[in-house]
Write a protein that binds this ligand. Structure first.
Ligand code: GLN
Length: 284
């Protein structure tokens, strides 16, 4: 089969469109660029280049997997978050633009003098929150915990790739972690999908992402309860707690934070104007 880059991308785009993939053309192009080890611009510069049999076959395999709704990041092994490149596998949640809301909130707090030295990330997954925060606050160091050893191994690789090995530690633990240290900043994007809603998620998430990172119990709020019950063991008085929350959970989580002895919360909106991050300080 002799296909040019242009015709291969067009055909793949059609297949992905038929499979209801959201951004079929973009994914078709990104997958081909990935097979060729090039950027997407290369496809535009060399549209008439003919694929080798090997490249063609590899591409068809990836397109078939994407058509079966496997996430793009699992096929390329990467995902960009806050302009940093993260390794991603099926053992971790795919870093999402929603979670950049929490980073934005930290950057804005920093411009007003917030300067945490020690950061704890609960349920770190790929490490994307902790590592991105440390990239914005070069003097800080931190710990990421996760219940999944497989996730921790992805996080450690990301720390290494981003040159932050010596500034980070990754440990296996549940929410009731006690490291004998109280941190200046605790962040978490815990599992928050109500159990009964998991079946309704898009196939990329439902069928390929770890349910351990998604399922927040009957009302989706179990992990917030567990973290807040332990908050005085991990956050110093005056320190800040920042949660990512589900689309309709901000008010409930904010109330739970106040009940747990935190200050009146601030709510931060994502690009879709949804209150996606809730932050507050631990009172003495
Ligand atoms: N934002 C994710 C989703 O909607 C869920 C992430 C989480 O549970 N923390 O698929």
């Amino acid at each position: 089969m002799k296909a040019s880059l242009r015709s291969a991308v067009l055909a793949a785009g059609e297949i992905l469109k038929q499979a209801d993939v959201g951004d079929a053309k973009r994914d078709a192009a990104l997958l081909l660029a990935n097979v060729l080890g090039e950027d997407v611009g290369y496809l535009h510069r060399e549209p008439d280049r003919i694929l080798t049999d090997n490249e063609y076959q590899k591409y068809q395999e990836l397109v078939a997997r994407r058509a079966a709704r496997e996430p793009l990041s699992h096929l390329t092994g990467h995902r960009e978050f806050w302009s940093l490149d993260f390794l991603v596998t099926g053992d971790v949640l795919d870093p999402r633009p929603d979670s950049e809301t929490l980073i934005e909130a930290i950057v804005s707090a920093k411009s007003q003098g917030f300067n945490p030295q020690r950061v704890l990330d609960l349920g770190t997954g790929s490490g994307c929150l902790l590592l991105t925060i440390l990239s914005e606050i070069p003097a800080a160091t931190g710990v990421g915990i996760d219940f999944s050893e497989a996730a921790l191994s992805v996080a450690r690789k990301n720390a290494h790739r981003l040159g932050m090995e010596t500034r980070t530690e990754f440990r296996r633990s549940s929410w009731d972690v006690d490291l004998g240290e109280k941190f200046d900043l605790v962040v978490s994007n815990p599992p928050y999908i109500p159990s009964a809603d998991i079946a309704e998620l898009q196939p990329e998430v439902r069928d390929f992402e770890p349910h351990l990172a998604l399922d927040g119990g009957v009302d989706g709020l179990d992990c917030y309860r567990a973290i807040l019950a332990n908050i005085r063991n991990i956050l110093r008085p005056g320190g800040q707690l920042m949660f990512e929350v589900g689309f309709d959970q901000a008010a409930d989580v904010g109330k739970m934070m106040e009940e747990a002895g935190l200050s009146q919360p601030e709510y931060h909106k994502d690009i879709a104007a949804i209150e996606r991050c809730v932050s507050a300080f631990l009172l003495d």
